[in-house]
Design a protein around this ligand. Sequence first.
Ligand code: GLP
Length: 244
Amino acid sequence: NVWSDAEKASIYVARTIAELIVQQQHLGKPAVLGLATGNTPKKVYQELVRLHQNEGLSFHNVISFNLDEYYPIHPESFQSYTYFMKHHLFNHIDIDESNIHIPHTDLSPDRILQYCNDYETKIKNYGGLDLQLLGIGRNGHIGFNEPGSKFDSTTRLVNLHSLTRLDAEADFGTMEMVPHQAISIGIHTITQAKKILLLALGERKSEIINKALKGDVSTDVPASILQTIPQVEIVLDAEAASLI
Ligand code: GLP
């Protein structure tokens, strides 16, 4: 699914999410959404906010689970994904705060394992994710599942790859400030979603998109697992699709 520019691709993704929310509302059911951060989904969230403000889209039935969060980080720090989600989406829509789930990583190390297992259980208790929105890292990571992550992995503490940390430097100011770890839902957790939308925009993603979609399915490129999953839709702008 290739669009001429980032705006059109993002609007398509936002409308697909909105349709699911409305469809679930008609059925009297929650819409369980797996959400992503990074530059890529910003315009998607902008369009969802517009649909809420101008076209009456309600998020009252939305349950959200974010993919990942740096570890450790304070949720109020502006590089945190909690801050990102509030700023780009949650502060502008009518989602119930108790329905929002983002890994909280200002935890002592001895609580992490239990916390990750509980996050996984919460997703299961809602019947799994109806839709998972994904971006892709330049090394092929999805969420913070870095190269080498097992395809059967679940929510856990992970070490960040040097390229991932380098790409985060602009947000943190200096490399020393970029956390070395994160909590991320697993590849297994992601692939269990009923629908997966991977959005990639811009020329800098073209090489990894080609590798992930056309290369071998291998843990060296975590996103390559998506080749084997029928419920995946890949949404690209022309630049990200340029090497396929
Ligand atoms: C981050 C996030 C991912 C995201 C990726 C790409 O590390 N943890 O969920 O998909 O990087 O980011 P961007 O969209 O800014 O290129």
